[in-house]
Ligand binder design. Structure first.
Ligand SMILES: Cc1cc2nc3c(=O)[nH]c(=O)nc-3n(C[C@H](O)[C@H](O)[C@H](O)COP(=O)(O)OP(=O)(O)OC[C@H]3O[C@@H](n4cnc5c(N)ncnc54)[C@H](O)[C@@H]3O)c2cc1C
Length: 497
């Protein structure tokens, strides 16, 4: 049974889990299954070993047991697999896992190699019928690795005339001192879905490490050959800069007449308005994906420190769009994004701190869907709880972009709560700038927030939360109070497993 259960055990740990995609269940749930099936496998295999040991001692005594282990490859590799499995179980305990995740991951993978090799050899020596399950588990592992590599190559590598080109990322430390904005210009088009995350590899910072981060924002650029005017009908053109910070500037008439060289890139909103500029022939699309990475103690701290030192060393005159660190970076994904709120009349998105990265894409998608008539959503409420008001600046340009979307004022309300705020702090400039954004000082009462939404809801309601365990627990408890008054679908995303 332990060998048979290796199949679901390996399915659950795969990032490229086709079963998961088919049933639309996210990796964190599969990861939970992985841990529990793992515990079952440990119990089954320890039971198998104990049963054999007791039997052997009964038949041949301790001497017979000693001799069997010393002389038989069959028992030796079985014992090797057993020891590796027990060590895996011990190291996987939550406090050890979270104390140093990278150490846990490296040891886990190394021990899995010993475990699988031991099981396979153990079965191979006696050509046992369970071997097929072990082979399937190995095939799942290999397939997952192959798909990971293919995703990396597809997103980040492109063969050009000059040789192989890779994705390059720009990192800049953000105001408030706790996070970095990390923008990766991918080499190839990338289909972004709200709620998705990707694994980032930054070899200069973390060697082989890969860390999951929600894709906070994405912007597509079209590499274009412009045969005539580059000017928009309104006489403005889009400045070629980081799309998130793209601004509009007037075009002089001489510029507008000029033929622009091939390779010029014009930032393009992935949720475009329906008109197209005249004279523009699209040749290819490039996507920039943006992440907000908050500082912890390992990879994220090293990245923050590198961005910070580059910022300190940089000449402010020469800074382009505030980006200070350029590094080679690989993006593996997208993964997740199984939740869709398109069919809900009212959607409440609650974010704690960096959890905003999970929510912004949904807000943009729902507003776009509303203006295009492709979603049922009539009301969107975004509640964001942050420690310092400066943290608003992490995403302020994206919020501005959202607030400029058509019909936004009919659908959207944004409440920002700063729990450690001084009224004069920079982020508080948002208060009163738009009737759609309210900035509060202090912690939100989620029950009061939800009560108000439930009162004014349209159709079925979805509540989603992405934040610390405490925020998720409070929102879940508050949502439970209204389940008999409204049809509410609750979902949560956590940034840990
Ligand atoms: C689906 C998902 C989306 C996420 N999105 C974001 C985001 O948008 N912005 C953001 O700032 N953070 C996000 N995170 C959290 C981010 O992955 C971790 O904070 C980061 O990996 C910590 O790296 P570190 O080496 O600095 O961590 P450490 O200081 O070593 O540990 C901090 C915590 O992160 C966990 N952790 C460390 N490495 C990993 C890893 N490779 N995989 C999973 N957990 C790990 C540890 O268990 C520990 O609990 C997300 C996590 C998940 C699972």
């Amino acid at each position: 049974m332990a060998v048979v259960n290796m199949v679901p055990l390996f399915i659950c740990m795969a990032r490229n889990n086709f079963v998961g995609n088919a049933v639309e269940v996210g990796f964190d749930t599969w990861n939970l299954f992985h841990r529990w099936i793992g515990r079952v496998v440990v119990l089954e295999s320890v039971g198998h070993m104990l049963a054999w040991t007791v039997n052997k001692i009964d038949q041949a005594g301790w001497k017979g047991l000693d001799e069997a282990i010393r002389t038989s490859h069959f028992y030796q590799v079985g014992l090797m697999a057993e020891i590796a499995l027990i060590l895996i179980a011990i190291l996987s305990a939550s406090p050890l896992r979270h104390a140093n995740y990278e150490f846990f991951l490296s040891m886990h993978q190394l021990l899995v190699v010993f475990f699988v090799a031991g099981v396979w050899w153990h079965l191979y020596i006696d050509i046992l019928p369970q071997m097929v399950y072990c082979d399937i588990a190995i095939a799942i592992w290999v397939a997952d690795r192959v798909f990971r590599i293919l995703r990396i190559v597809k997103n980040n590598m492109r063969w050009r005339k000059g040789g192989l080109s890779c994705s390059v990322a720009e990192a800049s430390p953000l105001e408030g001192g706790d996070a970095v904005r990390f923008s990766v210009a991918l080499s190839t088009p990338f289909k972004y879905r709200p709620g998705t995350h990707a694994y980032l590899y930054v070899p200069r910072i973390g060697w082989w490490q890969s860390h999951p981060f929600s894709i906070a924002w994405s912007s597509a650029e079209e590499s274009t050959q412009i045969i005539g005017m580059t000017q928009r009908p309104d006489g403005w053109e889009t400045r070629n800069s980081t799309p998130a910070t793209a601004a509009l500037r007037p075009v002089s008439s001489s510029q507008s007449q000029a033929t622009v060289k091939e390779g010029h890139t014009a930032p393009k909103d992935p949720y475009p308005v329906k008109h197209r500029e005249p004279g523009v022939a699209t040749t290819s699309k490039k996507t920039t994906v943006h992440f907000i990475i908050s500082k912890h103690n390992g990879f994220t701290k090293a990245l923050y420190d590198a961005a910070q030192s580059a910022a300190a060393a940089a000449d402010p005159e020469k800074l382009e769009n505030g980006c200070v660190l350029k590094v080679l970076s690989l993006v593996e994904g997208p993964y997740g994004g199984h939740h869709s709120f398109d069919s809900f009349g009212t959607v409440v998105l609650i974010a704690g701190g960096v959890g905003i990265t999970h929510c912004l894409g949904y807000v943009r998608h729902l507003l776009h869907g509303y203006s295009e008539g492709t979603v049922a959503t009539q009301r969107v409420k975004l509640v964001w709880v942050i420690r310092k008001s400066e943290h608003i600046n992490w995403v302020s340009d994206w919020l501005e972009e959202i607030l400029r979307m058509p019909l936004c004022c009919q659908v959207l309300e944004i409440d920002i709560y700063t729990t450690r705020c001084s009224a004069t702090a920079s982020g508080s400039g948002w208060a009163g700038r738009s009737g759609l954004v309210k900035v509060h000082v202090g912690r939100p009462e989620f029950e009061t927030v939800l009560e108000e939404v439930v009162r004014r809801r349209v159709g079925a309601m979805a509540v989603t939360v992405c934040g610390s365990g405490a925020v998720s627990d409070s929102v879940r408890a508050a949502t439970l109070k209204f389940v008999d008054r409204a049809t509410i679908d609750f979902s949560e995303e956590s940034f840990t497993w």
